[in-house]
Design a protein around this ligand. Structure first.
Ligand SMILES: Cc1cc2nc3c(=O)[nH]c(=O)nc-3n(C[C@H](O)[C@H](O)[C@H](O)COP(=O)(O)OP(=O)(O)OC[C@H]3O[C@@H](n4cnc5c(N)ncnc54)[C@H](O)[C@@H]3O)c2cc1C
Ligand code: FES
Length: 282
């Protein structure tokens, strides 16, 4: 069992969990993820690693369905049944020059881990945050500590721009950007790819296909990258953004939408008190 050492409600539907997992924490490298199963009936949920120390890992969980809602309803001292990892090929951390990291919603967490590693090897790091609104902003101080410039965008129009693509295009027109790395929801990463492709700026994205085993055995995470079949869990999760078949990725992610909606409806009716707790209602 893996104990929840800290639980913080960052915004309604967005939580930070620090979990005791020394067997995982000692081996993590930036860009990797874990797969957690909250209880016996829980689905296997892939979560990117946002931070770690010798004994614990930190993940940011965005509530989109039953399993993420169960995770959000955990409290300090509760336990998670399984944490498997670290999984995936680590991000290639080199001195590229000037790197823009774009972190969207929960992706601000793993984006921080990438920015920290890129900064440590001498890159100039510019960090663009794409949040739904001001409530969804977190880790500003941590981000400032690992980046040369922090740019905030909020989808509700409350910041200097609504989406990360706007300042990104401006930065690329103002100066030489050697690399862009984006982590967050698939639609955001696709938009980043569409912005940098015509400007010919190398761009990497941390893909989030549906996953089951996370070790290359089931094929659930199959993606098409550069016309070749790739498994997100072992070949990725990071890939060349300009080579990803985004339509196929997004279509495959919607494969079980009816079942997922039905499962959430049923769980919410049976667990309304836990659902409210996970959203900070009480
Ligand atoms: C490598 C990897 C790293 C990830 N890191 C994080 C993270 O750090 N924080 C975080 O909150 N989420 C992360 N995700 C997404 C997270 O795993 C899913 O949101 C979660 O599995 C959904 O489970 P659920 O039962 O709550 O929702 P479900 O009921 O299974 O799904 C509800 C909705 O979420 C969508 N969804 C399902 N699986 C995924 C998925 N893999 N990615 C995106 N949307 C999905 C479905 O299409 C559906 O619309 C990551 C996914 C991958 C593959
Ligand atoms: S999740 Fe099964 S092969 Fe990748």
């Amino acid at each position: 069992m893996y104990e929840v050492l800290e639980k913080e409600l960052l915004a309604p539907g967005l939580v930070r969990l620090r979990i005791r997992a020394p067997d995982v924490a000692g081996k993590v490298r930036p860009g990797q993820f874990v797969i957690v199963r909250v209880d016996e009936t829980g689905e296997r949920v892939p979560l990117s690693l946002a931070d770690w120390d010798k004994e614990s890992i930190t993940v940011i969980v965005q509530d989109v369905g039953v399993s993420t809602r169960k995770l959000g309803a955990l409290a300090k001292g509760d336990s998670i049944l399984n944490v498997a990892g670290p999984l995936g090929t680590p991000s290639r951390i080199e001195n590229y020059g000037t790197v823009v990291v774009v972190g969207g919603c929960f992706g601000i967490g793993p984006g921080y881990a990438l920015a920290r590693a890129l900064k440590e090897v001498g890159n100039r790091v510019l960090f663009i945050v794409e949040a739904r609104n001001k409530d969804w902003l977190f880790w500003q101080d941590k981000l400032k500590a690992v980046s040369d410039r922090l740019i905030i965008t909020c989808g509700d129009g409350s910041a200097e721009a609504a989406f990360g693509t706007e300042p990104l295009a401006q930065l690329i027109s103002d100066e030489k950007i050697d690399r862009v790395i984006a982590v967050g929801c698939s639609f955001m990463m696709m938009e980043i790819a569409n912005t940098t492709r015509p400007l010919d700026v190398k761009t990497r994205v941390s893909l989030m296909p549906l996953m089951v085993d996370g070790t290359g055995m089931c094929g659930a995470c199959r993606c098409s990258v550069g016309g070749e079949v790739k498994f997100g869990c072992v070949d990725g999760p990071e890939f060349d953004a300009h080579q990803v078949d985004w339509s196929l990725l997004i279509e495959r992610m919607r494969s079980y939408l009816d079942e997922e909606t039905g499962a959430l409806d049923l769980w919410e009716r049976e667990n309304w008190h836990r659902a409210m707790k996970s959203r900070g209602t009480f």
